[in-house]
Write a protein that binds this ligand. Sequence first.
Ligand code: PTT
Ligand code: SF4
Length: 610
Amino acid sequence: MDMNGWTGYMLKVDLTRRKAIIDKYDDLLKIMFIGGRGFAAKVLWDHLPVGVDPLSSGNKLVIAGGPLTGLPIPSSGKIVLASKSPLTYGYGDGSIGGLAAVYMRRGGYDMVVVEGRAEKLSILVIDNSKVEVQIREDLRGLSTSETESELKEEYGRSIGVLSIGVAGENLVRYANVISQSGRAGGRTGIGAVMGSKNLKAVVFMGEGDIPVANFKNLEKLACESYHTIVKLSNYSFWIRQGTMSTIEWSQENAVLPCMNFREGVFEYAEDIGGYAMEGMRVGRRGCPYCNAKCGNIVEDSYGFQSELDYENVAMLGANIGLGDLRKVAALTRFADEAGVDTISLGNVIGFAFEASEKRLIDEQYEWGVFDDALTLAEDIVNRRGVGDLLADGVRIASSKIPGSEEWAMHVKGLEISGYDCHSAPGMALAYGTSPIGAHHKDAWIISWEVKNDRLGYTNAKVSKLIELQRIRGGIFESLTVCRLPWVELGFELRWYKDFFESATGLRLSLDDFFEVADRIYTLIRAFWVREMGGWSPMLDYPPARWFKEPTTRGPFKGIALDEDRYRWMLHLYYERRGWSDTGIPRRSTMMRLGLSSEVDLIGKIVKIED
Ligand code: PTT
Ligand code: SF4
């Protein structure tokens, strides 16, 4: 059966042998996993050797789109980048917007899987069905924007580029991948995986048509949906501030991380918030096919252009005590050029500042001092001095700095994104159970929690969390389109069912999509269990600081998480997911979700319950 929406092809590239094969993949994958994250999880499960070193040539980089990626509908220019993570040693992925998504699909591929290691620094050029691995030592040490400009000079402007900076080349474990000077993806260390493969960049060119079941209908829907989006009530404010208004929201609700997540309020929040940004803004950027572009461009303290989003400012501003937005922008630009994740970088700098304050390291840093932060960031991406240790992330660094474990702010090795959870148990559980480590992508439950039941540890929160994971981490990551029109503007979910039907010819209900989402979550959990050789609920806990050290200021002063009640919610979460008390998927759950061959393998590694 020919199915539309998907091209049906994957490109497999072996960098060691400099060989590429175009392969038709099994149709069943489309129905069972849809695309993007679903495809990546299945490919990594099926083809990655158990226990592989994430920075060895045996690891694989998966670049995957879904059936809506690159179609002319709102915010479809996104792809998933996935690998075994060098930061967590478990499943890792990230989403990145840009022309790479569009040209990969127009070039004829739903996914590209890269394995091996090039002998010398190389680029991968995918020009429709012509694929080439080129040695490009001349690009070594170039920033991501220099790399992209150089490649545009050579290949023209109609290309999509994914590139790494020096952080990826130097195997900083939280190096990410950058595109179009401000699109950033793969905070789980996908940039380091590319670096370990000597892969400086991937260039996509594609002129083909993406097969669609009912193009007329899709066109009509696209037209209606673009019009609908601009009429949504929050649209004009979103266009003004994008994610930056979350700074004020987080401050008001006392969840803005401050001083390495000690507090949830920051005295200079107003100076780094959405309104301050508006006064400085010189432009707006974003992803292809989006009419709600949210990348805010400002001039940094050196006069260069930099893109500001909430996470960048929360983590490289409030969390390190820096209240000057132009200087925060300079740190963000540094991160973009070096190709390092701003969230982890903000965590690591906060961690180092605290270690210095407590005299656990010899280096002297001070909260809020820009020069200290920049020097440290430079040391990290170049792996110099203490930067070498910090380039491995807070989990590894804290294991070598006695006395720092309780305030190494991570879950499963991935540093926490921008929400303090002393007084947000639902968000703490979202971080605890996210399938990649502490990231808000899968469930930004905090907005619901603040409105509905701030401090409760309840059944309803667990249900809401799973619902959000199914929609955000399941539907959006597998259709592989941007979720922000839905999250921020209230663009309704029903549109995506209609887009899906026009693209593929298949009508799925919300419950059908949820089943796919549950399959993906369970497979990813099985992957973690396989790679860890077992599981402990402690791996699903947030850091000790939030339980043991109440905040000292703001409206929730004196509050900390309650460990017993957190444990109760976690166990309820396991039960709802059909996982055992120790967090391992049950045999019956895996069978129900059609993961029978996976059950056999996992059963050889750990004892699984019925
Ligand atoms: C994402 C994480 C985020 S989430 C931000 S800001 W955010 C940080 N941005 C960085 C950056 O910038 N430079 C840098 N060097 N590192 C950065 N690390 C951080 O990375 C981004 C938007 C945003 S802005 C968000 S929430 C939404 N995320 C989506 C998602 O995850 N899936 C999806 N289907 N749609 C999404 N839409 C939104 O995309 P990671 P982008 Mg990103 C400068 O990658 O690894 O998932 O980490 O993709 O194209 O930049 O768009 O307030
Ligand atoms: Fe990209 Fe922002 Fe548009 Fe989403 S809303 S597609 S992140 S520009």
